[in-house]
Design a binder for this molecule. Sequence first.
Ligand SMILES: CC(C)(COP(=O)(O)OP(=O)(O)OC[C@H]1O[C@@H](n2cnc3c(N)ncnc32)[C@H](O)[C@@H]1OP(=O)(O)O)[C@@H](O)C(=O)NCCC(=O)NCCS
Length: 178
Amino acid sequence: MNLLNDNFRAEKLEKTDLSKLIGWAADEKTLIQWCGPVFNFPLTIEQLEKYFENTTGNEPSRIIFKSLNNENVMTGMCELGAVDRKFKTASICRVFVDPKFRGQGIADKLLCHVINYAFNELHLRRLELNVYSYNSAAIKSYERLGFIREGMKRKVTQYKDEFWDGYMYGLLKDEWKG
Ligand SMILES: CC(C)(COP(=O)(O)OP(=O)(O)OC[C@H]1O[C@@H](n2cnc3c(N)ncnc32)[C@H](O)[C@@H]1OP(=O)(O)O)[C@@H](O)C(=O)NCCC(=O)NCCS
């Protein structure tokens, strides 16, 4: 995937970017779909700053990326979390594209950048992720990039009177075609 000259670039998320995320999850269902139980609705700067703490230090367990367009507007974010340098694994999580910029393939480009970083810079060998089974926009993107469905957690989350199943996906370095 050509990431250059494509109204797209990716960088590490800065603490000063956090407040931009607050408006993106405008309702509780979206917040849970994005983050599972990690944040409480409504999202606040205090919750985000606490979350951001794990990104500091020499070998952080959490590395967060943002996508920007040619006008330097932040259009999306994606976390590489649970980074385990001993076992060479990590999770892709909290993938989010600003609703104003959906449907332009930004998630694919940002994920591609994060996967390349994980396999080529951190030399990890396995990435995994969880996604709710109804989230077809996210699932299509993960499958386009080569993630393999490895299992399903039934009724993993309750939201009001709904029970959501979750899929688990994995991608190994040898399988990555990026
Ligand atoms: C999942 C998500 C990251 C996909 O981001 P994206 O950059 O819009 O992805 P794509 O451009 O590939 O679009 C995905 C699909 O959403 C559709 N879509 C959703 N909202 C859209 C909008 N406002 N405008 C146009 N298309 C939209 C697209 O048509 C596309 O469907 P298609 O593949 O059948 O054509 C984004 O929808 C999102 O942030 N969702 C909320 C958080 C979330 O669910 N994160 C994943 C947690 S596991």
